[in-house]
Design a protein around this ligand. Structure first.
Ligand code: 89V
Length: 342
């Protein structure tokens, strides 16, 4: 079988997990790495047996664009558009980490540039690929709970996320872009598109620049009322990081996805429990297990699309709808007004 060849742009903290995730899949092969600091790229290249390393992205593309099938962008958000444009100009499919871009206009431009160049754009949005979130979706789709009317999606933690990802402390817009991109995407995945939203934010940690608490009340187009709550400032008895907890209510019953991937389903017949644990690959950091494990499923879904076997979920077009929600939430928090998404 011919392997799809790819280049990685950015070899920081996340690249180790992204490359480990690719290694779980047959049919792909990283052939070149770019990083601003070449020594860091060399370290990663040694770990993953990648033959070519560059500290100049244009040189990488000049040398290898002809043999590449796609690029995987794992740089900070401010350079996503730059590398997307470089890749699209060479006719390469682009995979880019979330959040897609720092502004809605830049995200729109990335989608347009890729369309105009006739190349595919995918956003590596992995939270919807977590095993417990897929299980919740399966239960909702079975109709067991009947017509849904109320939901709550929670990512509330005091995990010291800035230790591994110090750049997060420098973001003027923090939790809605970093975690909101995931949580609002889960809301869309589970409950469909949003009609309107209202948001309040707060900054508790004075050592960081952006907000670390956000509450978003969403009115979904199908009438469901969904409360998305996020915090990196909440010292709780049970630390949930990096789990997303979910509660959904329908006419015939409810479900709760609680800590440690337990799902409790209650109907008039009583309560049943089921578990949806992530697959523990050898390379996952136990502190991030459910997130790291979902990288493989997200990559697999994108790979199937690249191979023409099945459509990917997290395309640029799809993720643009999530980016709209993130920026609508900031607008709502700024103006203290409900924002319509129509
Ligand atoms: O996927 C992410 O956005 C990571 C983490 C799981 C720590 O939030 O920044």
């Amino acid at each position: 079988m011919k392997k799809l060849k790819f280049a990685v742009f950015g070899t920081g903290f996340w690249s180790y997990y992204q490359l480990s995730g690719w290694q779980e899949l047959p049919g792909v092969e990283p052939i070149a790495l770019y990083n601003r600091t070449q020594s860091r790229a060399e370290e990663v290249a040694r770990t993953f047996n990648v033959p070519h390393v560059y500290d100049d992205p244009d040189e990488l593309l000049q040398q290898h664009a002809a043999e590449l099938d796609f690029m995987d962008i794992i740089t900070d958000v401010d350079t996503h558009a730059l590398f997307t444009e470089k890749g699209a100009a060479q006719g390469l499919a682009v995979i880019c980490q979330k959040p897609m871009a720092p502004t809605l206009e830049t995200a729109r431009r990335m989608v347009t540039v890729c369309k105009n160049a006739g190349v595919k754009l995918y956003i590596h949005e992995n939270f919807r690929w977590q095993a417990p979130i897929r299980k919740v979706k399966e239960i909702l789709d079975s109709g067991l709970l009947g017509k849904l009317f109320r939901a709550r999606v929670t990512f509330v933690s005091a995990f010291p996320v800035f230790q591994n990802q110090p750049f997060l402390a420098e973001l003027e817009e923090f939790i809605l872009t970093d975690i909101g991109s995931h949580i609002l995407d889960i809301c869309r995945f589970l409950f469909g598109e949003v009609a309107s939203l209202y948001c309040q934010t707060n900054r508790v940690n004075s050592q960081i620049k952006g907000e670390d608490v956000a509450h978003v009340l969403l009115r979904m187009q199908n009438g469901i009322s969904c409360f998305a709550e996020m915090s990196y400032a909440s010292l709780l008895e049970k630390e949930a990081f990096p789990q997303t907890l979910v509660q959904v209510e329908g006419e015939h019953g409810s479900l709760i996805l609680t800590h440690d991937f337990q799902i409790k389903i209650t109907t008039r017949q009583g309560t049943n429990s089921t578990a949806a644990e992530p697959q523990m690959y050898s390379w996952v950091d136990p502190a991030y297990a459910v997130v790291h494990s979902s990288i493989v499923d997200c990559n697999r879904n994108i790979l199937e699309d690249l191979l023409g076997n099945a459509p990917a979920e997290t395309t640029g077009d799809d993720n643009f709808q999530t980016v709209r929600l993130v920026h609508a939430a900031y607008e709502s928090a700024r103006t203290n007004k409900v924002v319509s998404l129509f």
